[in-house]
Design a protein around this ligand. Structure first.
Ligand SMILES: [Zn+2]
Length: 390
């Protein structure tokens, strides 16, 4: 949901020869980062396969029933909690490696204690949301084994809207501090920008990212009453007012083009297909495999549902990233039209790329598959081409 500007700051000697050339350091950091993400995803995938292939999921279900004294909903809770603990323990090596990687490349200043606390909170939030979703799915499967997928889909769409609304006021503050932007000059610029857009933005907040990271970021978040632009303090402190205005204009572009509601619609469409496929897969497993679960409402078949969701997300990643990059280009175009000159946009992009150790020119495959934002080199040359024409 959170849309993010990727981006770099220190201009190193040599970088001036070709400012779009990536430093070896940036290449290395992004490669390791990508490999970590892939390895983590593969591990999750392997866990699901092992649970199903060995029948351990049925053992976990039996233990859950014993712990819950045969109470169905409580057993679902124990089952999801056990899966969640396994998942976290298995992935812990990657989490620790990621933490060390950020420090090694001087992108983070988070202390170990604070990091551990974030991990605990993250795990708990995941557990609460996971339990809620799984309980809902199996409650519906029990009530309506024929049309469960359709009802579950409708409930999920309502939940997407709900979570998009509460995210900036309930979820993000669990990890970061926010306060309304106090800089009067920036506020005045924002009012001018949004008046031109004919849009009223309900708030701009300073996001205390510096307590944990040296990277800079900005995003449009929330829905309805909670809709707001958040600007990292790491950005507010190091960028000129003109550059911050360019970033604000980009975020406002997301607002004007209604990218958050549109993304929820896209997500709803994918979830519809996902639940339909999941229903067919569950039905097939009950009728023909019956190895771990011989009833539809036996939650030991949950890894199968998770597998459908994992495979679908993987297959759709390039399409979803292409859609996101399209939205980013729209927001960029909006920004160029709203600000007096293109130069601060270009310099903010360069600063972001340096500060965040982003790759300005990723390979075409990497951009196509992994990147939710167009390559920074492309964003800059598109801006310059646009400025030359206008
Ligand atoms: Zn954006």
């Amino acid at each position: 949901m959170q849309e993010v500007l990727q981006g770099v700051h220190i201009s190193l000697p040599g970088a001036e020869d070709n400012p779009q050339q990536d430093r070896p350091e940036a290449r290395r950091y992004n490669r390791i980062h990508r490999i970590l993400g892939i390895a983590d995803a593969l591990l999750g995938f392997a866990l699901l396969i092992v649970l199903l292939a060995t029948g351990w999921t049925a053992k976990l279900r039996d233990w859950s029933y014993i712990g819950a004294h045969q109470h169905y909903a409580l057993a679902v809770f124990f089952y999801v909690a056990m899966l969640s603990v396994f998942g976290k323990v298995l992935g812990l090596g990657f989490d620790i490696y990621s933490y060390r990687l950020e420090h090694q490349y001087k992108l983070s200043n988070q202390k170990v204690g604070s990091w551990i606390w974030d991990q605990v909170k993250g795990w708990l939030v995941g557990l609460v949301i996971g339990v809620l979703l799984v309980e809902i799915i199996y409650f519906i499967i029990r009530r309506s084994p024929e049309h469960w997928w359709l009802i579950a889909w409708a409930v999920f769409v309502v939940l997407f809207v709900f979570f998009a609304q509460i995210a900036p006021v309930v979820l993000f503050p669990l990890f970061y501090k926010f306060k309304p932007l106090e800089n009067e000059e920036l506020k005045a610029r924002l009012v001018r920008l949004s008046e031109r857009a004919g849009a009223r933005v309900r708030g701009v907040y300073e996001w205390k990212l510096s307590e944990k990271s040296k990277k800079a970021n900005a995003a449009l978040t929330g829905l309805g009453q909670t809709r707001r632009i958040i600007l990292a303090d790491t950005l507010l402190e190091n960028y000129t007012p003109d550059e911050i205005e360019a970033v604000l204009a980009h975020e406002l572009g997301h607002h004007v083009h209604r990218h958050i509601p549109k993304s929820i619609l896209v997500q709803a469409g994918i979830t519809f297909a996902g639940f339909w496929i999941a229903s067919a897969v569950l039905r097939f497993s009950v009728d023909h495999i019956a190895m771990f679960a011989d009833r539809l409402d036996d939650f030991a078949n949950f890894p199968l549902l998770a597998l459908v969701s994992t495979v679908l997300s993987f297959l759709l990643m390039p399409a979803l990233n292409a859609y996101s990059r399209y939205n980013e280009r729209q927001a960029d175009l909006y920004a160029w039209k709203s600000i007096p000159a293109i130069a601060p946009f270009v310099s903010s992009m360069n600063k972001l790329a340096d500060q965040n150790l982003a790759e300005r020119t990723p390979s075409r495959f990497v951009e196509w598959f992994f990147h939710s934002h167009p390559a920074i080199s492309k964003r800059i040359s598109a801006a310059q081409a646009w400025a030359a024409k206008h």
